[in-house]
Design a protein around this ligand. Structure first.
Ligand code: 5RP
Length: 226
């Protein structure tokens, strides 16, 4: 199977998961990226069971609406039983590195409200240690140089994502060269650097369930009890 076929398989499994876990009439959260796009396409088949979805980006909103799925503002929603999203990397404790598509801030906000975070990945994303994929930071434009200096001090090499503006009107710095042995500690540290709106570590609130596709099929991996 090629990578797109793996993404499609995991998207189908996520849709089955939603059909079981989300009560009829529920509103679910939907992530951003190519795997999330496959999920949205699958979701169209069960849209009559849902009241709608909350989108984590403008691109996801457009795709959901293209399938006739109602998109709600997060402020108008009281509960999200499930949030489904991809990741750039996920470790064995189900901490994730996300933001390759630049939607990390809205993804984190929607994920924070969800009861169950279902991460959908192909096997290439499953890693021992996060950090090979550059860590995205959403940064207020006037703080770009200041945040760059702070990250150099932490041992990273931040690079501006050229020609990219987030849905919130901000910049993305992609930080190369970090070995993230303690994702929660780094997430906390980055949260305290002024000018960073959010960082791509989803470790404090990691995934609850990982649906992981490889050539043998889709495995369900639950977050280890700590
Ligand atoms: C977007 C994300 C995506 O979930 C992540 O980049 C994975 O994307 P893909 O499914 O295309 O590999 O965090 O901000």
């Amino acid at each position: 199977m090629n990578q797109d076929q793996l993404k499609q398989a995991v998207a189908r499994a996520a849709c089955e998961y939603v059909a079981v876990k989300a009560p009829t009439g529920a509103i679910i959260g939907v992530g951003t990226g190519s795997t999330a796009n496959f999920f949205i396409d699958e979701l169209a088949a069960i849209k009559h069971r849902l009241d709608g979805a909350v989108a984590s980006s403008e691109a996801t909103k457009r795709r959901l609406e293209g399938h006739g799925i109602r998109v709600l503002d997060l402020n108008d929603v009281d509960a999200l039983p499930v949030y489904v999203d991809g990741a750039d990397e996920i470790d064995h404790g189900l901490a994730m590195l996300k933001g390759g598509g630049g939607a990390l801030t809205r993804e984190k906000i929607v994920a924070a409200m969800a009861e169950i975070f279902v991460c959908v990945c192909d096997q290439s994303k499953w890693v021992q240690t996060l950090g090979k994929f550059p860590l995205p930071l959403e940064v207020i434009p006037m703080a770009r140089a200041q945040v760059t200096r702070a990250l150099l001090q932490l041992g990273g090499q931040p690079r501006l994502r050229e020609g990219f503006i987030t849905d919130n009107g901000n910049l993305i710095l992609d930080v190369h060269g970090l070995t993230i042995s303690d994702p929660v500690a780094l997430e906390n540290r980055l949260d305290h650097i002024v000018g960073i709106v959010s960082n791509g570590l989803f470790a404090r609130r990691g995934a609850d369930v990982l649906l992981l596709a490889d050539a043998d099929g889709v495995k369900t991996i639950s977050r280890p009890v700590t």
